[in-house]
Design a binder for this molecule. Structure first.
Ligand SMILES: Cc1cc2nc3c(=O)[nH]c(=O)nc-3n(C[C@H](O)[C@H](O)[C@H](O)COP(=O)(O)O)c2cc1C
Length: 166
């Protein structure tokens, strides 16, 4: 699968089969994340890979928009240093890299908001986060138990593309 195919095939998968994901695959996903671009090349991130079932269940309990984490085989939490001015952008670039790599590996994934959410400090505490880092996103992962919806609900290219100026 090339990058464009991953972009087209990726969708927010919120239902997963019970199959585990190997450590090698999870390491490859974090590798994809750490190769994303960052402002001033600072690479202000750290990644926590969670496969422990009780931690996944606790995350699902705390994160109201991520209840489906309970059925995921793994979750990658993306953190960035809170003293950098592009922490959200940098963490988001890493998040998208991970989503695309997961798609290429045949895994289902979903971007779950982290920054500015009421559960952000709760998740940070649960994952024993050092004070200089903040949660940017959670990525649920697993063998998909659902297929990509046929209707992508996307604006058309004509609606959003402007040449030279508006
Ligand atoms: C910054 C951001 C935060 C998101 N947070 C959540 C979330 O908390 N829970 C969730 O189920 N989906 C979340 N999503 C996924 C979006 O709902 C999804 O990408 C959007 O509806 C388009 O669907 P698609 O990913 O299948 O193309 C988030 C996506 C982004 C980019």
């Amino acid at each position: 699968m090339d990058v464009m195919e991953s972009i087209v095939n990726r969708f927010s998968c919120r239902s997963y089969k019970a199959d585990p994901i190997s450590s090698e695959m999870l390491m490859k996903l974090v590798d994809a994340g750490r190769l994303a671009p960052t402002s001033r090349g600072l690479q202000p991130w750290e990644f926590v890979v969670i496969t422990n079932v009780s931690t996944l269940r606790e995350l699902a309990k705390q994160v109201d928009s991520g209840r489906f984490i309970s059925s995921a085989a793994a979750c990658i939490a993306v953190f960035c240093r809170s003293d950098t001015d592009c922490a959200v952008e940098d963490g988001s670039a890493a998040t998208e890299n991970i989503l695309l790599a997961a798609t290429e590996m045949g895994l289902g994934s979903c971007w779950i908001a982290g920054d500015k959410k009421p559960y952000q400090p709760v998740v940070e505490q649960l994952l024993k986060t050092p004070p200089h880092l903040k949660l940017i996103s959670l990525i649920s992962l697993g063998v998909p138990a659902e297929v990509r919806p046929a209707d992508r609900k996307r604006k058309s290219l004509e609606e959003v593309l402007h040449w030279q100026c508006f």
